[in-house]
Design a protein around this ligand. Structure first.
Ligand SMILES: *[C@@H]1O[C@H](CO)[C@@H](O)[C@H](O)[C@H]1NC(C)=O
Length: 321
């Protein structure tokens, strides 16, 4: 960790992020599209953080997790999109080796944390829906804090580990990265050292941080949905089902695209697909998560409505309780 000197060993001092290829005529369109996506993503997620922190009705484990998820998504998208926007606008696609390391490190840390946090959130919902009588005893403050902190810590652990391995790689040849951000897979292709160990490490880390949480989350949702289907009232059943299925679709897209990109062998068919799939887990999930998890939620809508109606609501929040 202490002395990562990729540049020194190698002579490569900067990389070129080829991004979305040479779509010159689309440049401005892509720029506007990503700009809007970035603004909506950051605004939506910050709104949720503010609501969760300010509204005491939302001081429950579920909303703390959602607040943490929004925090995470804000950092996650800010690690990647501003760089993409800058290069679309200026046409300058170079990134220094140090910049590349930092971006990679943040990406791994955040994506691993999100992998854990989504699993934790599904477990929280599983307890709330399938074990409602024991929910508050099981998901107490201490346990939810442990789960939240644990998610962040595992993200840091994984990224530190991955970086130790990565620092042994040597780059000596071409420096054009066929990707819109500094990612392992793309960097591995440029390395002239033996990458077979790295490939194995990435596979193992992906297994632990993506596939296991994915299976865990799927299991939780299967239990949740089978419980929901037993709800007697049709109305209640439909509503709960629509909420859960949209969560399920989101986590499946997130984990599913990550699994395809990081765990499947690099075949010709996948090579083209792998240029598009990262857009899902880097750009679209942070955009859709606040909409799907929070802003459709009745309590969040209520908190938002109060915040909008009473402009002074946040400042005299404590009078309300
Ligand atoms: C993140 O989670 C912890 C506990 O799990 C909570 O105390 C904290 O307020 C959360 N942060 C946000 C922004 O919701």
């Amino acid at each position: 960790m202490e002395d990562i000197e990729w540049g020194n060993q190698t002579g490569v001092t900067e990389f070129i992020l080829l991004g979305f290829g040479n779509l010159l005529e689309l440049q401005i369109l892509l720029f506007l599209l990503f700009l809007v996506i970035y603004i909506v993503t950051v605004a939506g997620n910050i709104l949720i953080i503010v609501l969760v922190v300010a509204d005491q009705h939302l001081h429950t484990p579920m909303y703390f997790f959602l607040g943490n998820l929004s925090c995470l998504e804000t950092c996650y998208t800010s690690n990647i999109l501003p760089r993409v926007l800058a290069s679309l606008l200026t046409g300058d696609r170079t990134i220094s080796v140090e910049g590349c390391i930092v971006q990679l490190h943040c990406f791994v840390c955040l994506v691993a944390t999100e992998g854990c946090l989504l699993a934790v959130m599904s477990y929280d919902r599983y307890l709330a829906i399938c074990k409602p009588l024991h929910y508050s005893a099981l998901m107490n403050d201490q346990f939810s804090l442990q789960l939240g902190v644990g998610s962040w810590l595992s993200g840091f652990t994984v990224s530190t580990n991955a970086e130790c391995w990565m620092s042994q790689m040597i780059f000596c040849g071409p420096n054009e990265i066929e990707h819109f951000f500094c990612d392992y897979i793309a960097l591995l292709k440029l390395s002239c050292s033996d990458t077979s160990k790295m490939v194995l490490v990435i596979f193992l880390l992906s297994f632990i941080m993506i596939l296991l949480p994915f299976l865990f989350t799927l299991t939780s949702y299967v239990c949740i949905i089978s419980t929901i289907l037993r709800i007697p009232s049709t109305m209640g059943r439909q509503k709960a089902f629509s909420t859960c299925s949209s969560h399920l679709i989101m986590v499946t897209i997130f984990y599913g695209t990550l699994t395809i990109v990081y765990m499947l062998p690099d075949t010709a068919v996948l090579r083209d697909l792998n240029k598009v799939l990262p857009v899902f887990y880097t750009i679209l999930t942070p955009l859709a998560n606040p909409l799907i998890y929070s802003l459709r939620n009745k309590e969040v809508k209520e908190a938002l409505r109060k915040a909008l109606i009473f402009g002074h609501y946040f400042t005299c929040n404590s009078d309300w309780h």
